[in-house]
Ligand binder design. Structure first.
Ligand code: ZN
Length: 162
């Protein structure tokens, strides 16, 4: 069975950054399942998997624009340090959830600390980065009508956590 819209696909994958560091892998928690064609995974990966079948292996580098997007300079901002009161040590690399003016909370990374201000970056941590994937297609099946109605994959016994 080939991967196309409305198939449920399970993949094993290892994601590495341009320096070859492993960022994420399915090894520890089992294959990732997604509903094809609904934007559940990054576009570059979705497109590359289109038409593939169980047992196929892919080794690909996805440009930032088709992964988590280019970095948006407007999302890098300086904020007064007093807003971080109560935080033990503010240092570059610190990540936290911040509530935006609209929409859901997003992950924000501290990228610089000055005397009175802290520079934060609300871009996705993987924005602006080409991503290397090694992917193994574990299984492809038809989505159930319930999965199609919900727009996501359910567990092997129809269970889901929402
Ligand atoms: Zn559901």
């Amino acid at each position: 069975m080939q991967i196309e819209k409305n198939k449920v696909v399970s993949i094993d994958y290892t994601l590495t950054d341009p320096q070859g560091q492993v960022i994420d892998s399915s090894k520890d928690r089992g294959p990732l399942s997604y509903l094809a064609g609904v934007g559940g995974i990054i576009p570059g990966l979705e497109n590359a998997l289109q038409g593939k079948s169980e047992g196929d292996k892919l080794d690909l580098t996805i440009p930032a624009a088709e992964a988590y997007g280019e970095k948006d300079p407007a999302l890098v901002q300086s904020v007064p340090k007093h807003r971080f009161q109560g935080v033990q040590s503010i240092q570059p690399g610190l990540q936290f959830q911040a509530q935006g003016p609209s929409g859901p909370a997003r992950m924000v990374t501290v990228v610089g600390v000055q005397e009175d201000t802290v520079t934060i970056d609300a871009n996705h941590p993987l924005a602006g980065m080409p991503l290397h994937f090694e992917v193994n297609v574990v299984s492809v099946r038809d989505a159930s009508s319930e999965e199609l109605a919900h727009g996501h994959v359910h567990g092997p016994n129809g269970e889901h956590s929402h």
